[in-house]
Write a protein that binds this ligand. Structure first.
Ligand code: F6R
Length: 612
């Protein structure tokens, strides 16, 4: 949800800023802009992709040794050039901002009374003017940009990561963060700032993650940081293990395609630690044994695809570990009068670790006394794991396609590991069952590879989907959340309206939608609910609906008029939802190709949702 980048160097920073923005583009792609200092503040902004802004910057030969850049996902104000960042106040101050300023109306009115004119509808322009106001207030020729930024952020309510430059300070880049990610890239005689590490990797692998409330002053040779209390502080420097190669497309056409195909590796990498150590609480942190031994239930909180991972886990946790488990969408949980139980383990699930609703829901749960918290996350050092007592990092690697794929299946591995660990600690399963679960995990990457081999058959199906306007997805039990995930994948990247139902619910209303024009995808592996699913399919067929069935060899389906069947790999029992995630991902991907939509950057969306 908006990406920011900044650089102060002894070389022209424009190529670095543009490259950084391209890597951050997954965070928002409504507009892009950069501002550099070249005696004066020079700015280029364009609606649309970074590449368009890059061309515009080339046309005017934009160069500078200090600059900031932004890629926007519109919140306050439409997708227009005046609303694109950077925002400049009186030619003196330029600001890029990720986040939302909640008291922007009040501040705007105050600033208008002081004579400031607004040229955009954004909350960010408020920050630019506010910094300008503090910067120029003292009428002191030796104006202090750092002091001005510190004073301005004290007046802001909301979430922000900002980078600020001043026309008369060619040797200074000031940044601040509260509620949105921001890191400093440490170079030799040059320093950088960015929303995530991918944007600085072409210049440095040394990074410092800023904490909530930090303000930092960057010159070419120094980095000084102050914490939320204004105390000068040293933050740990990390060496990023993210490789540039892992951020490239390689032989693939889209990041989503690449990430779907990376799943056997992502799963093996995530499972590796479990195979080495077994289902032990230490996988979740040093205090896990103590925390897990004293819980009475589980509360899972997440958004979108991560919520569907939690929804699968509910079936596992209740049946295998015998613990009551609730799963809730973060944006609902955080605004409800929750009857919280401090003896419930609060599990937040997030690929990015910075989803605002999930972060706020976690804060809310903690405010209700729930301090037994576990985060399942794919991004190291992100906000959620840092706010949780325990953490399990999925090892999916960078996920760049907006539609989540490998993060989802690795989250399922994490949740299955949690389930078996709890079941073992609670004496709910025998050693033999533990060994069987470990074996099932060991064979999982191979089964997923077999599912990937179904791609050519699925591509043929997707041609039938491309012209449709609606689709239904059905599943039952463990596979109901996979139907929901399949519908989400299809709708977000093809814009086909897709809905998922627990197959047994069909006759209670949605069956009215079914006719010859309605494709119905059914996840139907051979499990205890198969016969029920078969009856539900008859109900569809009797109304002329066309069935597209993912069934394993044991399901005994045969093709007939209006019934298409793809045989999924047979995979031992409870991990079947992970294997069945692959065909629904591939179906959405190929249907999007057939419809010619932007697979990696679907309209109106962004990868990381740091706004409400
Ligand atoms: C859908 C998708 C989103 C995310 C959701 C939560 O493909 O990617 O629904 O799952 O925005 O994001 P994280 O997991 O980063 O908290």
């Amino acid at each position: 949800m908006c990406g920011i980048v900044g650089a102060i160097a002894q070389r022209n920073v424009v190529p670095m800023l543009v490259d950084g923005l391209k890597r951050l583009e997954y965070r928002g792609y409504d507009s892009a802009g950069i501002a550099v200092l070249d005696k004066e503040i020079k700015r280029v902004r364009r609606v649309g992709r970074v590449a368009e802004m890059e061309n515009a910057a080339k046309e005017i030969n934009l160069t500078g040794l200090l600059g900031i850049g932004h890629t926007r996902w519109a919140t306050h104000g439409g997708v227009t050039e005046p609303n694109a960042h950077p925002h400049v106040s009186a030619g003196l101050i330029a600001v890029v901002h990720n986040g939302i300023i909640e008291n922007h109306d009040e501040k705007r009115d105050e600033l208008k009374r002081l004579g400031y004119m607004f040229t955009s509808q954004t909350d960010t322009e408020v920050i630019a003017h506010l910094v300008h106001h503090h910067y120029t207030r003292a009428k002191d020729p030796a104006r202090d940009l750092l002091v001005a930024v510190k004073s301005a952020v004290k007046e802001l309510v909301g979430a922000y990561a900002i980078a600020v430059i001043a026309m008369d300070k060619p040797d200074q880049l000031v940044v601040a963060r509260m509620g949105c990610p921001l890191l400093i890239g440490v170079g030799e005689g040059e320093n950088f700032v960015a929303s995530d590490v991918s944007a600085v990797l072409s210049s440095t692998r040394k990074v410092i993650y800023l904490e909530e409330g930090d303000v930092a002053n960057l010159t070419r040779d120094s980095i000084k940081i102050w914490d939320k209390n204004g105390v000068a502080i040293e933050r740990t420097q990390h060496l990023s293990d993210v490789s540039l190669a892992s951020l490239e497309l390689g032989p693939y056409s889209h990041f989503m395609q690449k990430e779907i195909h990376e799943q056997p590796k992502a799963l093996s990498d995530t499972i590796e630690q479990v195979l080495e150590q077994g289902f032990v609480p230490e996988l979740f942190g040093a205090d896990a044994a103590k925390i897990f031994s004293d819980i009475e239930g589980i509360q899972i909180i997440a958004c979108g695809t991560s919520f569907y991972a939690g929804s699968v886990a509910r079936y596992w946790i209740e049946s295998i570990a015998g613990l009551p488990c609730q799963v809730e969408i973060a944006s609902e949980y955080r605004y409800r009068d929750v009857a919280a139980n401090p003896k419930h383990l609060v599990v937040t699930i997030s690929q990015s670790g910075e989803t605002l609703d999930t972060m706020e829901a976690l804060k809310f749960a903690k405010s209700l006394g729930c301090n037994k918290t576990l985060s399942i996350c794919n991004v190291r050092e992100s906000a959620l794991p840092r706010s949780s007592a325990l953490v399990f990092y999925t090892r999916a690697g960078a996920e760049i396609g907006v539609a989540s794929t490998k993060a989802f299946t690795t989250q399922l591995v994490a949740l299955f590991t949690l389930t078996v660990t709890l079941a073992k600690m609670r004496g709910r399963i025998s050693d033999e069952q533990v060994a069987q679960h470990l074996d099932a995990l060991r064979h999982l990457p191979g089964s997923v590879q077999h599912a990937l081999n179904l791609e050519p058959q699925i591509a043929i199906w997707s041609d039938k989907f491309a012209p449709k306007h609606h689709a239904l997805f059905l599943g039952r039990g463990l596979h109901y959340p996979i139907a929901m995930e399949g519908a989400l994948k299809l709708k977000e990247i093809t814009y086909i309206h897709a809905e998922a139902y627990a197959a047994g619910e069909l006759k209670h209303g949605p069956l009215a939608l079914v006719d010859e024009s309605m494709p119905v995808v059914v996840i139907a592996p051979n499990d205890t609910l198969l016969e029920k699913v078969k009856s539900n399919m008859q109900e569809v067929r009797a109304r002329g609906g066309e069935l597209f069935v993912f069934a394993d060899l044991d399901s005994h389906f045969s093709e007939s008029e209006g019934v298409h069947v793809i045989r999924t790999p047979r995979h031992a029992g409870v991990l079947s939802p992970i294997v069945h995630s692959i065909p629904v991902q591939l179906l959405a991907y190929h249907a999007a190709l057939a419809r010619g939509t932007d697979v990696d950057k679907p309209r109106n969306l962004a990868k990381s949702v740091t706004v409400e």
